[in-house]
Write a protein that binds this ligand. Structure first.
Ligand SMILES: [Zn+2]
Length: 228
């Protein structure tokens, strides 16, 4: 609809809604109506979505030394219920410690890592596994290359940024922190898809017997069958 026909419609509407008693169209009221309708058309033309309101906040950080690691640590510090991690490389000590602190606060933490983390020198995988955090190894792909955290079902952290000092200090990387429950649901569903074919990791170089997956554990926890 063009502005011309829109104005005609507004004029028609003004007449229809003021038929009785007869409308008094002062120059001032007509000017106000025209200005308001023009503003409405401008908002629609610029893509403003009246149904959903403002877009959810999304932050972005760029490496090197752009604050990406600090952003991850802050997000983990604010976690209250759950943190699901998928990582290719995981060697940033501050991030590992923040994950461990969240776990100590009672946050449910689950980590899936690429198989390259097995057998490496003592890594953050060992650090968090030895602190009791659930660590799984996804060996099904040539590279399990995701770098994702899903926090409290509403925050998704992702991008090219590996959870490493190299990524923070030297590489050219980007990291998005997305506040969006719908997006978090989609990432979490994909996390569970990878969980289904991953193997537990208990510490350096060891792949243990596979326990019930987190979906089953959460279900059992809800039913009071399993403490977690
Ligand atoms: Zn997988």
């Amino acid at each position: 609809m063009g502005v011309q026909s829109g104005l005609k419609l507004v004029y028609w509407w003004s007449q229809e809604t003021n038929r009785s008693p007869l409308p008094v169209f002062t120059e001032e009221t007509m000017t106000k109506r025209v200005v308001l309708s023009l503003l409405a058309f401008a908002a629609l033309a610029s893509g403003c979505n009246f149904k959903t309101g403002p877009l959810p906040p999304i932050d972005v950080y760029f490496s090197p030394k752009g604050g990406a690691a600090d952003a991850v640590v802050r997000a983990l510090g604010a976690a209250k219920q759950t943190v699901f991690v998928q990582a290719y490389s995981f060697t940033n000590k501050e991030i590992a410690v923040a994950l461990d602190r969240a776990f100590d606060r009672g946050v449910v933490v689950h980590v899936i890592l690429d198989k390259s983390n097995v057998g490496a020198n003592y890594s953050d995988a060992d650090f968090v596994a030895h602190h009791g955090i659930s660590v799984l190894i996804d060996g099904k792909h040539p590279i399990a290359h995701n770098k994702i955290m899903i926090i409290d079902g509403e925050v998704v952290i992702t991008g090219s940024f590996n959870f490493t000092n190299q990524a923070e200090e030297h590489n050219a990387e980007n990291l998005l922190v997305i506040h969006d429950r719908g997006m978090a649901d989609r990432y979490l569903a994909n996390w569970h898809d990878h969980e289904a074919h991953s193997e537990p990791y208990t510490g350096r170089g060891e792949v243990a017997q596979k326990p019930a997956n987190t979906r089953e554990r959460h279900s059992k926890k809800k039913q009071g069958i399993l403490e977690e």
